[in-house]
Design a protein around this ligand. Sequence first.
Ligand code: TRP
Length: 345
Amino acid sequence: MKKLFALLLTIAMVLSVTACGGKSAPASSGGSDAGTTPSAPDGAKKVTVGLIQLTEHPSLDEIRETITSRLAEKAAENGLDIQVNYQNGQGDTSTINTICQQFVANQVDVIVAIATPAAQGAAAAAENSGIPVVFSAVTDPVAAGLVASIEAPGGSITGTSDAIPVEKIFSLAQELTPDVKSYGLIYNTSEDNSLSVIAQVKDYLEGKGIPYTEGAVTTSADVQSSARNLLERCDAVFAPIDNTVASAMAVLADEAIKAKKPVYVAADSMVADGGLATVGVNYTNLGSQTADMVLKVLTGTPAGEIPVEILRDNAIVINGNTARAIGVDISKYGPNDADIVSALS
Ligand code: TRP
């Protein structure tokens, strides 16, 4: 059995994500001042993409790297010479607003915004400017006030959404750790993406009569104390698709392993960073779909006429190291039912 585990642990689909984090823009994207599309054909239309990412954590980095490389790959066949100006919002609303206002002042051809708070800043800055916005990985674009509806976004905005399958995550939790009788919910109340998922989680838990305790965080620095508090009071912790928690996921995972309790999460990257398990979407696919929408907009389709694309293909992802460390049996799961990742340590 040990051998089988060791084998499964090597199937680390998310490894590349963690390995590629970093400050520098990928070569293919050009930076604010770097190159344009390689081998741009004569007569290609020169366009500029203002790319804003909320903050740096592995999932957002995976999305950005996919978007920039796909744009570079597809530019020529779309008759475009694309320059990407990538800026990081440092998780700060006023920084995000300044960056987006600068994109508008520079008259970029499209603003691409990764994660909900970045998309909200982009939408506000671009309003009435005529500059289209394509958002990426916005969990609930309607609740975030970005679009009137999924089918017909209206205005000059569209994008991709990572729907979170709350029931599937809690069914998996029930199966892996049937003795869990209470949950701690850790999230940042100022992230609309988290609020939307937490509302569904509360409905679900209340429907089942399972008690929960909430632990609010304002910054990543709050994650440790909130985690300790919840782990003392509850049998397990759930973290929604929260950027603030994701940025300190290793800290939360460490505390949970010390307490020998499971943390269920809402993204594969948070499992790679030590969470026990999730059921979630593939963020490379999401980045790719976002890039294709950007290409549509750059070749003349009004953004508001392109329906929002919600990713619904889910996969189970389990961290084999974490399971072993806290004594959870995952022998039922193999490569065909779940991706097993290791915590890289
Ligand atoms: N969906 C999140 C949002 O709406 C962004 C996001 C994508 C994310 N992947 C993630 C958050 C992984 C936490 C962990 O802002």
